[in-house]
Design a protein around this ligand. Structure first.
Ligand SMILES: O=C(O)c1ccccc1NCC(=O)[C@H](O)[C@H](O)COP(=O)(O)O
Length: 259
């Protein structure tokens, strides 16, 4: 299926760049830090399980954050982030595999590689604890299938976050055997964000699957809303990258302990 006619120009450009990108020279074998265990530790500690994202820029952000990514990551952990997400996409998000390598060496929480992986060899670009596979992108021409990529990632030892946007994609993720699912509130067709998306899709996620709410979470009210709808964890980028990263992370991870 080629759905590229339905998606926003910025996303078509992301996908075109992803198709062109090479992979690693050698097949990786990774020894990972458990994401569910990190979420459980945060819960036990009274923190909302948040994956804070080192996201220097994006197609929907003005400007670029040029601070040292390792310093930003350390501030996120100091602010209570259970895990980190690091953009490695260079062309549209200002990320790099080197950022991830340095950050993962500097922190002890699980690190998600945030990129648009469409072929098996791209899994070998850099070691991470979790890799992202986006169902929508893996329905396009010239990409590997979700099932094959999920198996290839697990063979290398990665935990896999499978991202969906609606009930049909959720079913595809579950059929493929996903055990960590992210519901993206950002629609990759129009790039608009709607927190209703998570509330619509999350009730159909089985209890034994870890479910994340992704994108558009900015306030304590948004955190409470996603948690009430069943989110085991939250993926937050822009709201944390805007201003004091430690303070923003702390504000969003401490919402359930405030009186
Ligand atoms: O963030 C974008 O502008 C974007 C544009 C096109 C495709 C994907 C995009 N974002 C990917 C993400 O999933 C987010 O970085 C992540 O969920 C955090 O979202 P937010 O908290 O809204 O920054």
């Amino acid at each position: 299926m080629d759905a590229s006619g339905e998606i926003a120009p910025a996303v078509k450009s992301i996908l075109a760049a992803a198709r062109e990108r090479g992979g690693g020279d050698e097949r990786l074998s990774v020894d990972t830090r458990s994401l569910p265990a990190a979420f459980a530790a945060a819960e036990a500690d009274g923190r909302v399980p948040v994956i804070a994202e080192v996201k220097p820029t994006s197609p929907t952000t003005d400007g670029e954050r040029t601070d040292d990514p390792v310093a930003l990551a350390e501030e996120m952990v100091a602010g209570g982030a259970a895990a980190l997400s690091v953009l490695t996409e260079p062309d549209h998000f200002g990320g790099s595999p080197e950022n991830l390598r340095r950050i993962r060496a500097a922190v002890d929480v699980p690190v998600l590689r945030k990129d648009f992986v469409v072929r098996e060899a791209q899994l070998d670009t850099v070691a991470a604890d979790v890799v992202l596979l986006i169902v929508r992108f893996l329905q396009e021409d010239d990409t590997d299938d979700l099932d094959d990529l999920l198996a290839a990632a697990r063979d290398r030892g990665f935990q896999v976050l499978v991202e969906v946007h609606d009930g049909t994609e959720l079913q595809q993720a579950l059929d493929a055997g996903a055990d960590i699912v992210g519901v993206n509130n950002r629609d990759l067709a129009q790039l608009n964000v709607d927190l209703d998306t998570f509330e619509r899709v999350a009730p159909d996620v089985p209890d034994d699957v870890t479910v994340l709410a992704e994108s558009g979470i900015e306030t304590a009210e948004d955190v409470a809303r996603m948690r009430a709808a069943g989110a085991d964890g939250l993926l937050i980028g822009s709201a944390i990258m805007d201003g004091s990263v430690k303070e923003k992370t702390s504000r969003l991870t401490q919402t359930e302990t405030e009186t």
